[in-house]
Design a protein around this ligand. Structure first.
Ligand code: IMP
Length: 203
């Protein structure tokens, strides 16, 4: 049975990515849940050894819940480009290298696309949110948003691959949109609405 999060508990955001942490904080803000970041608790950033977004999200949430003794919410996400067979996918952060250089990661996507000779620029952003409790119970939810990979990158809002992601039906990239507009339609928002409905709103 789905477990409901008790709003009186403190919730750890099990991420060391400042872009994700600020988006998750914004999504949680209206719920007035007391949140604390993994960095603030001095939690280490685990190695992502999973083969899927769900495996990685669950691994991060479980470790943070065990280490902190508090429920922990993690996010594993990335950009999947059709003509690249779904790459960078779960390796989206790793394509930016140890210096987390997303201009380099974006160039790598463009170079890889040019190498394929394909004109298909369809892609999606995928996000799995996992909520784990210290006793090992876990709930996971996946959200997706489809779009087109555009070059050159446009806009300076958001983070990661936002400047090259233009959601289907829109003329602006996530990098050009004001944060509220991205938050209303993103992969993270879709995963969050399921989490909200099933675990955060008391029955
Ligand atoms: P991970 O989930 O820690 O493996 O990292 C996911 C990576 O995917 C991030 O570092 C970003 O590069 C990318 N990513 C995930 N969500 C977004 C988003 O909303 N906008 C732009 N890039 C994203």
């Amino acid at each position: 049975m789905t477990r409901i999060f008790s709003r009186s508990e403190k919730l750890v955001i099990a991420s060391h990515n400042p872009g994700k942490v600020s988006e998750i904080r914004a999504l949680l803000k209206p719920l007035r849940i007391d949140v604390v970041g993994a960095d603030e608790l001095g939690l280490i950033e685990p190695e992502e050894t999973g083969k899927t977004f769900t495996e990685n999200a669950e691994l991060k949430a479980r470790l943070a819940a065990e280490a902190s003794g508090l429920p922990a919410l993690s996010d594993d996400s990335g950009m999947a480009v059709s003509a690249l067979g779904g790459a960078p996918g779960i390796y989206s952060a790793r394509w930016a290298g140890p210096k987390k250089d997303f201009s380099a990661a974006i160039k790598r996507v463009n170079d890889a696309l040019l190498m394929t000779g394909s004109s298909d620029r369809s892609c999606s952003f995928i996000c799995v949110l996992s909520l784990a409790w210290p006793d090992g119970h876990i709930e996971s939810f996946e959200g997706r948003v489809s779009g087109t990979a555009v070059f050159p990158p446009r806009g300076s809002h958001g983070f990661g691959y936002d400047p090259i992601f233009q959601p289907t039906g829109y003329d602006l990239t996530f990098g050009e949109m004001v944060p509220q507009d991205k938050h209303a339609m993103s992969h993270r928002a879709h995963a969050f609405s399921q989490l909200l409905e099933q675990c955060l709103i008391p029955a």
